[in-house]
Design a protein around this ligand. Sequence first.
Ligand code: NOJ
Length: 498
Amino acid sequence: MGSSTRSCLLLLALVVLVHGAARSRSANNRFPDDFLFGSATAAYQVEGGWNADGKGESIWDHMLHEHPEYSADRQNGDVADDSYHLYKEDVRILKEMGMNHYRFSIAWTRIMPTGEANNINQAGIDYYNNLINELLDNGILPVVTMYHWDLPQWLQDLGGWTNPIIADYFEDYARVLYENFGDRVKWWITLNEPLTFVAGYSNDGYFIQPPWINKPGVGDYLAIHHLLIAHARAYHLYDEQYRATQQGKVSITIQSDWYEPLTNSTEDIAAADRARQFYLGMIAHPIFSTEGDYPAIVRELVDKKSKAEGRTRSRLPVFSKEMVEYIRGTYDFFGLNYYTGKLVTSGETGKNPSRDRDSEVVTSVDPSWPASSVSPWLKVVPWGFRKLITWIHENYNAPDILITENGFSDAGTLEDTDRISYFKSHLTELLKAVYVDGANVIGYTAWSLLDNLEWNKGYTQRFGVYYVNITDPARPRIPKASSQFLKELIQAREIPQD
Ligand code: NOJ
């Protein structure tokens, strides 16, 4: 072979290689055609109108009215982003970004002021009808969370999630929702982040939240037990009475960090698995696993400790065989919220007793991980997103996974480049989970559409892709650079390469 032929062949090989690499790179950056992009909010964080037109008092209204000092900036959700009046603006900016869906929550107390089904507030039903219709008129799918932490205070006075009767009330509430909105809402999420809100019964977790009852390792376990039943009741109700005609999907949103072993020692690997079971499996295993019920390691450790404490029964209630079956499989997709990751080793931490102590794990973070400047818990760990998605895919029978939240906080800058790189790195890892690991991720929901009331952190931690000045009575929505980034990404259906 002459030297010119050889160089020709080499050139050809090079062209083929470069072309192939470009093709696979673009395939890996591209979202599947039916992939859904959306953004999310929650009622108490954006709506305001806390007692407008017959709305009842929720546990968040109650706590922040009674204890303004619990809030970092003494703010509450009385007015918030005033979405109660400005919902058309919210829909306008969703459309501006080309969003396929909007995940919002319904305030139970807006449509049932005490939480009871014999007391319906028509003005509340009208508000959500208007919002849903406005979304549909603009080609945006409503993804509706039934419960994003704002329990009717009336039900809290009866014990809230620690009273088994809550499952009856939750089923009644779900029925009102299916009856009134199910002709148009096809995506339902029963509960948002159960393991976050049950910390209201254990006085732990990363923020003060109602009812702020100090019963760790007991109150939170009771709440977990009853919310699993409540979720299943809402799911079965849909299955039995509404699915055939309404043909939607019902599921739950679970939050989890990624738990990475601190070292590759057998002990740390086991500790990381325990962390996943105590902080994710506790809710996911009863619903999504083949066997159902609480994870075996959770059952074993809590039972053992309860016995050693001289109790007559486990602090973690026991499901009957029938109830295990009733809860198992009550999902149509896996709603996942991901923000951050942690390193795990074994050890003792937390109050005695508490879920943290029961888990026998100690978590830490790598100081080299980039972090939000305002939310101490939010370290940027995008590779954990891929690992978590893939872990769920492998452990829970490859469910369809809808990312119902992922996002980044800052103090409220319009040039939010850190948020853009957060989205970009997480979406890149998401696509690796899809294309390399085979996970069925069907959509991504950015938290949040708007800067909003970050619970008891007030407006000091802002997650929005639109800025809201809460001292301006008109609450204008002002685009941040990240909204433009999302708009371009959704249009191209591809992650832009620098
Ligand atoms: C999860 C919660 O669902 C949401 O309400 C909250 O604002 C974000 N995490 C950010 O902390």
